[in-house]
Write a protein that binds this ligand. Sequence first.
Ligand code: FAD
Length: 283
Amino acid sequence: MREHIEYFRPTTVDEAVAALTDEAGIIAGGTDMMIDLRSGSFKGSRLVDVTGIEELRVLKEEGDTVIVGAGVKIEELRSNELVRTKLPALAQAANKFAGLQVRNQATIGGNVGHAAPCGDTHPPLILYDGVAEVAGPGGREMRPVAELFSGPNRSALKAGELLVRFILKPDTAALVDFQKIGRRKDLAISRVSLAVLADKNDKGLISRAKVVLGACMPTTRRMPRTEEFLNGQAPSLAVFREAAGLMAAEMIEVTGRRPSLAYKEPAIQGLLMRMLLPLIRRF
Ligand SMILES: Cc1cc2nc3c(=O)[nH]c(=O)nc-3n(C[C@H](O)[C@H](O)[C@H](O)COP(=O)(O)OP(=O)(O)OC[C@H]3O[C@@H](n4cnc5c(N)ncnc54)[C@H](O)[C@@H]3O)c2cc1C
């Protein structure tokens, strides 16, 4: 850990952006940043603590969207009624996130800013067409969440940029789910995570399918060929099996054939099939 680090605690976004020099890093809950500080992987000389900025803590409905401030804690996402009813996949991701101590500290902005492929909020943020408001020296702009990651643990945010809030579009689809698989049942970092949304049309065929795969590729992403295949199909085990095979093929196109594939390929296929089952049973 560096001996001397300047510490700033601004109360507005503008003050934070002004303090974010090239040498500066942002700290929110610190559950990742403290590890980076201790390991020496944070090389900067200034920390800008964003926990005093009220604007980052907003959580509200606005028209047909839900606004989630970058400083909203994971525990709030887990317990908040608006999130549970309008963004159930995000509430489920928060529910499976670490233990209470970490959830009380960790923020959604930090989860995105850290850009770890296993970030549990990434699949639901992308599932709900999440767009982030990013503040920087040139002002504020909107960017799709999927474009905020440039590789494993590499944020696409430039120096001096701050995540202010996420704008999410709730969806009333009959099936909305988030699941993850880790090395153990509880308090596990995701090795595979999956967010799924789908409906059935008046003919009983699958419609509006969205499949977002996380943790097992450099960045979380939608699986467009799998989605396209599912739409218009009558739900059945055979269809789900074919969709699962397609999703595995889409993943392998990104990752290549790694040794972990022996575990991950059947794991993601089984998970998708299980998550789609309610389309047969429930609706
Ligand atoms: C024991 C333990 C268990 C964990 N379990 C999980 C888990 O189950 N699932 C999971 O996804 N993660 C998990 N994590 C990782 C971590 O808790 C999350 O990534 C968390 O969301 C980070 O949020 P934070 O507020 O603590 O971020 P910080 O540590 O403060 O910051 C993390 C990074 O994001 C940047 N950042 C923070 N806020 C902003 C902002 N507003 N704009 C731009 N950049 C910003 C920082 O500069 C830094 O690079 C775990 C960590 C620990 C220590």
